[in-house]
Write a protein that binds this ligand. Structure first.
Ligand code: NAD
Length: 337
């Protein structure tokens, strides 16, 4: 029985963070990296046994590769994920799943057909922060969940494929997708309908092609919970979020990145009778929330057959939300999913 997962990492932008997580995990081994730009690999200064190729075909044919991390621009996810699984590799694929719902469904079909492990890279879902938020809201301390929200403040850095809304560039799609997925877990039901208001600064009305610099999305979930995502992509020198869950008997106000890049929450429980504060200590700074944990979980799914927490089907649901946001921005209408 195998005791390690041997990885290939394709794409060495954000993929570098996967390289680091794999190198630090005793149950993982980095066999090979791939990028169009060999200089990115050289810069990483990895041990000599880690190979490099710029050919995807090479990786598909490598018998000593069990799993492929796809850290490529979003438009390439579908082809690379399907061909990797058809070649017998397990896949950890970056988010969002695909460019649209139709492509995402093709990935779901390939997962079923090949029987390979497929995990989607919504790493925050694996974080201690997310676990604590769910634990508190499910404990009954804040009553029945009524309302969920996420505020994101950052500065526009949408270049390359990220500057193109059709390629799912822009914070509202590229980063927001993490939070639409998390808000559904807090609400406890899928989005039923949504309305997105967003535009360039100073402009009002529908927004057909541009990437909004400021936006608010209002969600209604199937169980009647309401939600809000609030984005300001023009806050210089700031990259931060605040978020929370309000219930019929209290609320959780949270900062997912402060302190220790790991998160904290202030809980008003039982009608305000009790208040407590929880800080979560981060193991490694700075890293995306839940990054190491998502690899732990993937490795366990590959080696021990444990369940995948963020599946391709969940990825398709987020793609439905992204498509609905795109439509609502363009038309100004409320969109049902
Ligand atoms: N989970 C997260 O928090 C998180 C954070 C950042 C990015 N991402 C996701 O990771 C993916 C990649 O984003 P990024 O920021 O690294 O993008 P990027 O454009 O900065 O980097 C992509 C890399 O892939 C390489 N590449 C492009 N086409 C290739 C090909 N055919 N074969 C091999 N290499 C190729 C490029 O040379 C580049 O080095 C996207 O899906 C993005 O949404 C996720």
């Amino acid at each position: 029985m195998k005791d390690k997962v041997r990885y290939a990492v394709i794409g060495l932008g954000h993929g570098q963070e996967h390289v680091q997580a794999i190198m630090e995990n005793p149950k993982a081994e980095l066999a090979v990296c791939s990028d169009l730009d060999a200089a990115k690999f050289k810069k990483l200064n990895l041990p000599s046994e880690v190979r490099f190729t710029n050919s995807f075909e090479d990786i598909l044919n490598m018998q000593d590769v069990d799993a492929v991390v796809i850290a490529l621009p979003t438009p390439l996810h579908t082809e690379y994920a399907i061909r990797s699984m058809e070649a017998g590799k397990h896949v950890l694929c970056e988010k969002p799943l695909a460019l649209n719902v139709e492509e995402g469904l093709k990935i779901c079909e390939a997962v079923k057909r090949t029987g390979k492990v497929f995990q989607l890279g919504y790493e925050v879902r694996y974080s201690p922060f997310q676990e604590k938020m769910l634990e508190i809201s499910r404990s009954g301390d804040i009553g029945k969940v009524a309302n969920v929200w996420w505020n994101m403040f950052c500065q526009n850095s949408n270049d390359g494929w990220r500057a193109n809304r059709k390629l799912r560039g822009g914070k509202i799609f590229d980063c927001g997708c993490h939070y639409y997925n998390i808000l559904e877990t807090w609400a406890g039901a899928p989005v039923k309908r949504l309305c997105a208001f967003g535009n360039l600064l100073g402009k009002t009305g529908p927004c057909a092609d541009e990437i909004p610099e400021s936006a608010i999305i209002v969600f209604e979930y199937e169980n009647g919970v309401r939600g809000v995502f609030n984005l300001c992509d023009s806050c210089p020198n700031m990259q931060s979020s605040t978020c929370g869950i309000a219930g019929t008997d209290g609320k959780i106000e949270a900062d997912p990145y402060y302190p220790y890049y790991a998160g904290s929450m202030k809980v008003h429980a039982h009608g305000g009778k009790y208040q407590y504060q929880i800080d979560i200590r981060g193991a490694k700074v700075p890293k995306h929330l839940g990054f190491d944990e998502q690899h732990e979980s993937f490795i366990s799914a590959v080696l021990n057959g444990t369940e995948v927490k963020v599946t391709a089907e969940q990825g398709v649901q987020v793609n439905r939300i992204l498509d609905a946001i795109d439509e609502s921005l363009a038309t100004g209408n409320t969109v049902s999913l």
